[in-house]
Ligand binder design. Sequence first.
Ligand code: PBG
Ligand code: ZN
Length: 326
Amino acid sequence: MQFPDYRPRRLRASTMFRRMIRETVLTPDDLILPLFVVGGKNVKNPIPSMPGHYRFSVDNVVSAAREARDLSIPAIMLFGVPEKKDPLGTQAYAKDGIVQKAVRSIKEKVDGIAVITDVCLCQYTDHGHCGIVDKGEIDNDASLDLLARTAVSHATAGADMVAPSDMMDGRIGIIRELLDEEGYARIPIMSYAAKYCSAYYGPFREAAQSAPQFGDRRTYQMDPGNAIEAIRETALDVEEGADIIMVKPALPYLDIVYRIREEFDLPVAAYNVSGEYAMVKAAEKMGWIDGEKVMMETLTSIKRAGADMILTYFAMDAAKGLRGKG
Ligand code: PBG
Ligand code: ZN
């Protein structure tokens, strides 16, 4: 059908028509809220580059989880900021580590929200790398055991799902194996499968105090120019037992989200990272954009590209905006 018989504008003529033919509709079910947890009591320490986000002590992170649950957000993702760091990141897998404490407390006090834990070493190592360091190099294989122990200690504390973000080779298989051995066969793994070496992580590293103290993450995170490699990376994680595959960051890698969605039949997550959040907040503060509208358009674009779920610092704001709609 051609113009003038076909006129696409006919179905754009009213809110009702637009609602009827809308292909992608955001709901709170699509959202996962990342939260930062620190030691102490009654701490709510603002993160300057991420307005509206805080480093919470365990008591306050429980309230934040409850608030997210009340907004119908199905899951949170916990990041720990430990008091002590050392070369082996021992606080990552300590029974009384900060994430372990937070998980126990949230699971005890708040029903109806899933707790996913970020599994990595960078917040816990004094050198700030995601694996352990030997003679200035990241020792892939020596890191695997520590990552698996971290995942098991999160599961033991009550985590509903674990999410390894380190990008070491072989980690998903080792984590799956140890979880199964320790009686956690039911705990799913959300794998940061295609995680790029991105400058968009800046605000997060400030929030989590996890910037590498020497060098950068280019030897383990993916090169921004690569797309075919993302398929290969993801295929490995799928073979090793990933239950959900993630692309990170989201906006500069929407093509990857789309390709991963086409290629694999597992649920796909996309991480709308700290720098993506900070840019919108900064431009909004300058009065240059309508922050609320840009947020909704951004999240819709990530879902439209193929993400089944979106990790986003906008989760609370978006869920509030969606209340009473849909
Ligand atoms: C580290 C980790 C990073 C993020 C989550 N886990 C960044 C990094 O590689 O330093 C980034 C999240 C964000 O920017 O919002 N394992
Ligand atoms: Zn890391």
